[in-house]
Write a protein that binds this ligand. Sequence first.
Ligand SMILES: [Zn+2]
Length: 165
Amino acid sequence: MHAPLTTGLTLMRQTLYMLNTNAKATPMKFVKLSQSEFEEIRKLYEGVMSQACYGLFFREGMILGEEIAKIALQEPEKYFEICGNLLRARGWVDNVVFQESTAVAEGSIEATQTANGAATCHRLRGIVRKIYEAQQHRKMHCEEIECVSKGDKHCVFKVEPIGSE
Ligand SMILES: [Zn+2]
């Protein structure tokens, strides 16, 4: 864990990096969604296409993870730290720890109390997958094995190379 001051400074620097990567374009714009809006959107999609929407949310996450990974790769020795800072700064998690084959998230925006015992952090799963793929330069399988929506304490993502047993 980092002291709050250090984290704040790191976040400021990464905001600058985000602008730098787009130096020739207009500055990056963002939109904010509330947790309850996220939940309503998930329910809307579930109502239309049932569980098939989870794969789409997952792919949304991979798009988001691609950009986060690109920014973090500018400082490879701090790669996971920067990924974590960006995920916090953008509101996806309250905290996340990347280990060798698992990522443990606290306070996922996609977690909910009303999920009928199923994992719900589909976008975050896509983001986590991309973060590991970009770092390891190979395709990874990513599964959410524990989720706050299932009553677990944290959301835990297991990541392993595709094809390994
Ligand atoms: Zn979760």
